[in-house]
Write a protein that binds this ligand. Structure first.
Ligand SMILES: Cc1cc2nc3c(=O)[nH]c(=O)nc-3n(C[C@H](O)[C@H](O)[C@H](O)COP(=O)(O)OP(=O)(O)OC[C@H]3O[C@@H](n4cnc5c(N)ncnc54)[C@H](O)[C@@H]3O)c2cc1C
Length: 664
């Protein structure tokens, strides 16, 4: 029945103004309007059709991606879209492509590490896409260990050039997105050698392909690293390999903002502090956190709508069966993910602010908060991407068997999303960076150095190491101070325990290696505190609209109390709460689930995703799931013919043989 809204009853139950919540989710009325307009523009354009992706071969998929990117480029020019609108357009096309790396890594690398002169030259070409670039750091043998990269850039004073070379197979660049087939240029990271001395890893702009016929330049070997996980999914991207055989580039193609090599081969570090590189990392990682909230909200939107449509068991006297969303087990798995989507959205919003703050401070030569901002973004990238990848898989299970179908949208979403746990820093390696920073901060407590930003709570160590939670009844867990104090006490006590254990080792580095697992847990506790505190801070903002604040309040405490339940061992072993208080937190959590239940569908409607963008039969806005599942099934290539290909060759002979045996 086309046109019927099967979820209308659910929408009528909502106790808040969904239109206002859409604006809260988008960040502002302006952001909502831009996003809404561009999403509809993409959805109505047949070139951006995406439902057939799983059925395309890798070659067809790649070609269709090039077509979509070219069409997007054309539309951006024809419609004179602003930078913001163009960004939204690329986002809603929703197919990983070379442009993501061009705008997301190549351009920021030049902005962050290039001198003004270099920026002027290269960005004017890159911004008009007269050149297309990628970010070539990782090699076959080394990814996380950047200092272990082997590609060399040796200065030749005779010709005023760098010679870029791949000395071993493991030195081959391996993974850069957009490298395999598309990019004309790359920012290549290599060991800088001048006057026989190795000065470590630096960035160089290297042309890879001809701008005339796109063939690789002499002495450059380049290609695609092969098919990746999942149908469609990330396979629209040409992640590549790259080898150099003594390729020469002019000296001024070394990115020289942080250090340079002079005409006579002298290595000169600039006055600009090295931490400037952190600025670019903060930018890239805040974008990844924003993406986490988007991927998670898509999965949750699908699982929530389908959980309201799906009915199993419970029909009495000819009545209708129970919606699976009404089972407490379903709520206990789904609603914390819904709450996490909002939590990550708001922490992402705050990170965006942090980036602006960091940029302004850098401009004023204030570098004091930079290490803290860097540790915090590394940790939040790790925390949110790990949780999102796990959550997408949980949403697939929440949709039962149908969640496993490609047309549910969840398998592809998972396959596209899961590498976020690895790229831009392996998530464990990133938490270890946070842990090092925390250990340093703990070591400085009492030295007069005041912890700043997200570590400010450590400055109240005297109180937090002693305090006892005052929670006496379930409702006390709705008090922001009680929640924050429990999370702060847990995080600080875990960090201090690690520091104490570290101090037992004579060799600090050996101790660090021994305690890696505990250190990661302490870093995670610190990062969870950041997310909870930023959600609570969001509630303090002036948010209007009937019932909107109340819903956000419920989601905030679901997020916090779900974490408390999940990491109960930490909270109890650090004496941050008692077993009785843990039990009260559970009581409160159950009550919050009941309050969210009537609002659940409206809370995912607030994400304002078009059916085109969700690309999920189970997550359709109208909930018309079953007929559409059949439609999708009929479209499958296996249903092209009644008698399958291979029947006469393989199936018939087996059947014949079996029939003969049966007659005997
Ligand atoms: C889809 C995708 C796109 C990518 N795009 C790009 C790109 O555009 N450009 C680019 O340059 N690179 C890119 N990469 C590469 C990516 O940045 C690296 O894969 C990433 O940094 C992880 O490094 P690795 O592969 O060496 O992992 P490894 O470091 O080998 O990790 C293997 C395991 O060892 C563990 N481990 C490693 N070191 C430590 C340690 N010190 N302590 C404890 N445990 C440790 C890790 O936690 C992990 O479990 C991409 C990767 C993927 C998957």
């Amino acid at each position: 029945m086309e046109g019927v809204d099967h979820l209308a009853d659910e929408r009528n139950k909502a106790e808040f103004d969904v239109e206002v919540m859409k604006i809260v989710w988008a960040g502002s009325r302006h952001a909502f309007e831009v996003s809404d307009r561009i999403a509809r523009l993409v959805a109505s354009d047949p070139v951006f059709e995406k439902s057939n992706r799983a059925r395309l071969s890798r070659k067809e998929l790649f070609k269709s991606t090039l077509r979509k990117c070219a069409h997007a480029f054309k539309r951006i020019i024809e419609l004179r879209l602003t930078e913001e609108e163009a960004g939204r357009l690329r986002h809603f096309i929703d197919q990983p492509a070379y442009v993501d790396l061009h705008w997301g890594m190549f351009v920021p690398a030049i902005k962050g590490q290039g001198t003004e002169e270099q920026q002027k030259k290269w960005l004017s070409l890159a911004n008009k896409m007269q050149i297309i670039g990628c970010y070539a750091q990782t090699e076959l043998g080394h990814g996380s260990n950047v200092q272990g990269l082997e590609t060399t850039a040796t200065f030749d004073p005779k010709t005023d050039e760098f010679v870029i070379h791949t000395p071993t197979q493991t030195a081959s660049k391996w993974w850069p997105g957009g490298l395999g087939k598309v990019s004309t240029h790359a920012v290549v990271y290599a060991r800088l050698i001048t006057n026989g001395k190795d000065y470590g890893i630096h960035g160089f702009i290297v042309q890879l392909r001809s701008l005339e016929d796109h063939s690789p330049l002499p002495n450059i070997t380049v290609g695609d690293i092969g098919t990746k996980m999942g149908n469609g999914a990330y396979n629209s991207m040409d992640n590549g390999f790259l080898m150099f055989d003594h390729v020469r580039i002019p000296r001024d193609q070394m990115l020289m903002r942080l250090s340079k090599v002079t005409r006579d081969g002298k290595y000169v570090p600039s006055d600009v502090p090295k931490q400037l590189v952190y600025g670019t990392m903060v930018y890239v990682r805040q974008a990844i956190v924003a993406d986490a909230s988007i991927a998670l909200s898509r999965a949750v939107c699908i699982a929530t709508r389908y959980s309201a449509v799906r009915r199993q068991f419970g029909a009495h006297n000819g009545g209708i069966e129970t919606q699976v969303i009404d089972y407490k087990t379903q709520q206990n798995r789904l609603f914390p993910l819904l709450a996490s989507a909002y939590a990550f959205r708001f922490v992402g919003e705050w990170l965006k602010w942090l980036y602006t703050d960091v940029t302004e401070r850098l401009a004023a030569s204030d570098f004091a908060t930079l290490p803290e901002a860097h540790a915090c973004t590394a940790g939040l990238k790790s925390l949110t991407t790990t949780a999102t990848a796990d959550a997408i898989e949980e949403c697939r299970k929440l949709c039962g068997g149908h969640g496993y179908l490609w047309c549910s949208g969840l398998p592809e979403l998972f396959a596209v999303y899961v590498p976020a746990c690895t790229y831009e820093g392996d998530n464990v390696v990133l938490q270890l960076q946070v842990a090092r920073f925390l250990m340093k901060t703990v070591a400085q407590l009492g030295s007069g150095k005041v912890p700043v930003g997200t570590t400010a709570y450590m400055g109240r160590a005297a109180h937090l190491l002693q305090c006892r939670s005052g929670v006496q009844k379930a409702e006390d867990w709705l008090n922001p101070d009680a929640v924050l104090e429990a999370f702060e006490a847990r995080a600080l006590r875990m960090a201090v325990t690690c520091a104490k254990n570290l101090s037992k080792f004579e060799n600090q580095e050996q101790g660090f290696q021994e305690l890696l697992a505990d250190l990661v847990e302490a870093a995670i506790a610190h990062c969870q505190l950041i997310v909870v505190s930023k959600f609570i801070a969001k509630l303090e903002q002036d948010i209007g609209g009937k019932g909107v604040k109340k819903q956000l309040n419920n989601l905030c405490y679901i997020y916090a109390l779900y974490l408390l339940h999940k990491h109960l061992g930490d909270f109890l072993s650090t004496n941050s709460i008692t077993p009785k208080q843990a039990s009260l937190a559970n009581d409160q959590l159950r009550s919050l689930y009941s309050q969210v239940r009537p609002n659940a569908v409206a809370l995912v409607d607030a994400f304002n995703y078009t059916d085109h963008y969700l690309n999920s039969v189970l997550g359709r806005y109208d909930g018309n799931v079953y007929p559409k599942l059949f439609e999708e099934a009929w479209k499958d290539p296996l249903n092209d013919s009644v008698v399958p290909d291979g029947y006469h060759e393989y199936l018939r002979p087996v059947l014949k043989q079996q029939l003969r045996t049966a007659r005997l």
